[in-house]
Ligand binder design. Structure first.
Ligand code: NAD
Length: 398
């Protein structure tokens, strides 16, 4: 019986598990630091306090078939590719015949001074919850002190994550205002972006739709403003070659992500925690190691650069890795991975979204509906029908 180890129970890892559990010639060990899976695409809703964490998580045990799979809740320390072992923090060394590395993403600070110490991150359930706890505490502080800095929320970076967070914060305004005992219009939301425009992957029409909303909602979007440093309660950025300072008690860092630090520490040839994998998703040097999800880079031959990391590509990689492991255990050749993009949709608030479904531009409520359907589909593919019924997005929050 071959031993498969899957590291990480995110979109990629759980999708692999669900597929591999259909085989009868394997034993699988799944490792994750948490005993739950979370919908990483919804973290901004928890950070803004619009959804409780329970709405975006479900127990890993719900997916584990105990006849085939052993789940170990632990932290992965390093992978030894030569010895075919994985070092865990609390448990004994794990031996594998096939390994699936799906360890997900971490915050990327690009070495900007003070970002780690003085800004809040939003990369997992715990850090997203911390953001909302912080916002609540700052609103209370305003009530006591009347210092305007407590009413200022700054999102650093206007990528997908930053824009979705800004929309979610806007949705939370009435609630924050009650906590601070002010009119919602007194709470200021800033988004600071290095580039001169936002979301270059979208056409002008869709970007304008987003900009119009931000404008209508009085969001202060500062473009061409690279952030140089984060001091306690202060963002230092440059604009037209002049350094500027913005005082704010809530600063949230969303300027990009890198793959898990375990990748670099395990000696893989990587860039920002991502490994350029072979066409069949195996590691360049080891054909029994699959590297998938946010720690993986697959070339988009048309775009001549790696595909961006998304939940959608992670799910497809998970399915493909499982298929190739099944081939290998039967002595068959592996297949080349091809990404079949269903499109990409960004939400701005609960009822507005914009993006592409396939190659068709969509915006407004239909886009928001499509986004919820895409999420339900991913929930179905990782968790199954039970999780869709319990956690699916069928309506609005209220
Ligand atoms: P990103 O890299 O896409 O965006 C980060 C933004 O921060 C960029 O616009 C960048 O110019 C800006 N930035 C970087 N350094 C800066 C600085 N010093 N000062 C000011 N601005 C700075 O990162 P992300 O938004 O976290 O997204 C990560 C990945 O996840 C992407 O591949 C994205 O496509 C994906 N994602 C997808 C969705 C979706 O499909 N709805 C949602 C969230 C994230």
């Amino acid at each position: 019986m071959k031993e498969v180890a899957i590291l990480g129970a995110g979109y990629a890892g759980l999708r692999t598990l669900r597929e591999l559990q259909k085989q009868d010639n394997l034993h699988i060990t799944l490792v994750d630091r948490n005993d739950y899976h979370y919908e990483a695409t919804d973290l901004h809703e928890v950070a803004a306090g619009n959804q409780p964490k329970e709405k975006i998580i479900y127990p890993i045990d719900d997916v584990v078939d105990e006849k085939i799979t052993t789940f170990i809740q632990d932290e992965v320390v390093t992978i030894n590719s030569e010895q075919q072992t994985v070092e865990l923090k609390e448990n004994e060394l794990l031996h594998y015949d096939y390994l699936v590395v799906a360890l997900g993403f971490e915050t990327e600070t690009f070495g900007i001074p003070g970002a780690e110490e003085n800004a809040l991150e939003m990369v997992n359930v715990k850090t997203a919850e911390k953001v909302y706890e912080h916002i609540q505490a700052m609103m209370k502080k305003y009530k006591e002190t009347k210092d305007k800095k407590y009413l200022r929320l700054v999102v650093c970076g206007a990528g997908f994550t930053g824009i979705e967070l800004v929309g979610a914060l806007h949705d939370g305004l009435d609630r924050y205002a009650k906590m601070a005992d002010v009119d919602p219009s007194e709470i200021e939301i800033y988004c600071i972006e290095a580039m001169s425009s936002i979301l270059p992957q979208f056409d002008d029409n869709l970007t304008q739709y987003c900009l119009d909303h931000l404008n209508e909602w009085d969001i202060h979007l500062l473009t061409s403003s690279p952030i140089k440093e984060i001091k306690p309660e202060r963002v230092i950025y440059s604009n037209e070659e002049t350094d500027k300072e913005l005082e704010a008690a809530t600063i949230i860092w969303t300027t990009g992500v890198s793959g898990s630090h375990v990748i670099g520490e395990s000696g893989f040839n990587e860039k920002r925690g991502r490994v350029m994998v072979n066409d069949d998703l195996t590691s360049p040097n080891y054909n029994n190691i699959y590297i998938i999800g946010d720690v993986s880079a697959v070339m988009d031959k048309e775009g001549n650069r790696p595909y961006p990391t998304t939940g959608q590509i992670s799910l497809q990689m998970g399915e493909h890795a499982a298929k190739n492991i099944a081939h290998q255990t039967k002595g068959e050749a592996t297949e080349t991975f091809t990404f079949n993009s269903l499109g990409s949709v960004a939400s701005i608030g609960n009822t507005h979204a914009f993006g592409y479904v396939g190659s068709t531009g969509v915006k407004g409520y239909p886009a928001s509906f499509m986004k919820k359907m895409i999420m339900n589909r991913s929930l179905l593919k990782t968790g199954g029908l039970k999780e869709v019924m319990a956690k699916g997005r069928f309506d609005l929050y209220h």
